[in-house]
Design a protein around this ligand. Structure first.
Ligand code: NAD
Ligand code: DAU
Length: 351
């Protein structure tokens, strides 16, 4: 195998699309998926690759330095794509320390294991850190986040991601590790855990349950189809310049309330309901504490320098997403009932 790539968080939403893309597109690479299988990790996301000759799964926590060292040695890891994280803003508000432990401490552990494993030849190996646009803070007066926008994280989640980004850049500067960072906007698509806005609304519309809209629903997010993010990660991994940062986004801004109404309209059509039926489920609830008003990525650099651009328009992507959730009732049932967590023991025969 020409490379042995450690992908962390590969059982999660974005990670599972990255793992699938790399396993299928690069049979010459060994892909090692390291995941702790927290509530957000679901091996059912990876059924299509679980028998592939170039795919290995390692259940491990990035907080466990010894486990990381032995996985680097056992699989002769040549490169890292780091996605493992606690990712939900609302959870970070109720339990910030879990975010410090995984996103900050865990990332530093991973950097240390990579530095140890690659000692004396750091220039031959890449540590790619996947981050978020939330590190730039909240936009209030128009404009876009550029790679040069100063960091201004506003939630415990974004503060922990910002800290991890700083550690990656500090290792590049101090130890001359070859690193690259990308900061992406909101993703949507198949395998998205239904605690996040879009899959939560799809699931609730399907089950005629209330659709909780925080505040007035005026907050704006910039949405990108998850497979386009996976393609961007592939592009940055292969073509990105060491030490650089790349912003990834869809130039696709939506107010939350407009997204929720769009989902209602499309699902009324698909479920054969009277127009307007699902909109009645919209329920305005107490706003998220410290809720960032607007995120918007300027993705010009990755487009111009690396030639990546989104392949899907939002209308197509949202159709694919709704259809996927309607066609994958079993996935949704397993996730909402918690039974997806038994899949690991079924597959690997241990707890
Ligand atoms: P996710 O919550 O769906 O998946 C996270 C994965 O990491 C899960 O499989 C989980 O089991 C694993 N994990 C968590 N803690 C771990 C630990 N301590 N050790 C090992 N594995 C652990 O997250 P996601 O939405 O797929 O996000 C992936 C990455 O992309 C994160 O770093 C996130 O900050 C970033 N990101 C997400 C978005 C988005 O819209 N979802 C946008 C930009 C960037
Ligand atoms: O911008 C990238 C980030 O996008 C990622 O780094 C995060 O990991 C990811 O979770 C996402 O963060 P958001 O907070 O933007 O996503 P979420 O789906 O939680 O919320 C989207 C918007 O919808 C936000 O303004 C809050 C609002 N919302 C969310 C939920 C879950 C609601 O109004 N009601 C809800 O029930």
């Amino acid at each position: 195998m020409s490379k042995s790539i450690l992908i962390t968080g590969g059982a999660g939403f974005i990670g599972s699309h990255v793992v699938q893309l790399f396993v299928e597109k690069y049979p010459e690479y060994q892909i090692v998926n390291l995941d702790a299988l927290t509530y957000a990790g679901n091996l059912e996301n990876l059924k299509s690759v679980e028998g592939a000759a170039n795919y290995i799964f390692e259940k491990a926590d990035i907080q466990d330095a010894d486990a990381l060292d032995s996985i680097f040695a056992k699989h002769n890891i040549t490169d890292v794509i780091h996605l493992a994280a606690e990712s939900h803003v609302d959870r970070s508000i109720s339990d910030p320390m879990a975010f410090v432990k995984t996103n900050v401490f865990g990332t530093v552990n991973l950097l240390n294991s990579a530095k140890k494993a690659w000692a004396g030849e750091l220039e031959n190996h890449l540590f790619y850190h996947v981050s978020t646009d939330e590190v730039y803070g909240s936009l209030h007066d128009g404009g876009f986040f550029l790679e040069t926008t100063p960091y201004d994280p506003q939630s415990p989640y974004s503060a922990s991601k910002a800290a991890s980004d700083h550690f990656v850049r500090a290792y590049a500067n101090t130890y001359k590790m070859k690193t690259v960072v990308s900061n992406c906007s909101n993703n949507y698509g198949p395998n998205h855990f239904p605690e996040k806005l879009i899959p939560l609304c799809i699931n609730n519309i399907k089950n005629s349950k209330p659709l909780p809209v925080y505040g007035k629903g005026e907050n704006v997010r910039d949405w990108l189809f998850v497979k386009d993010h996976a393609r961007a990660i592939d592009t940055v991994f292969h073509k990105g310049k060491a030490g650089e940062t790349y912003n990834i986004g869809g130039f696709n801004e939506w107010k939350n309330i407009d997204i929720v109404k769009l989902l209602c309209k499309k699902m009324d059509e698909k479920l054969g309901r009277e127009p307007g039926t699902s909109e009645k489920l919209i329920t305005y609830v107490t706003d998220r504490a410290g809720h960032d008003l607007r995120y918007a990525i300027d993705a010009t650099k990755i487009q111009k320098e690396l030639g990546w651009e989104p392949s899907l328009q939002f209308d197509e992507g949202i159709e694919i997403t709704i259809d996927w959730y309607l066609a994958n009732e079993e996935w949704l049932d397993h996730v909402t009932s918690g039974s997806y967590q038994e899949y690991y023991s079924e597959l690997y025969g241990k707890g």
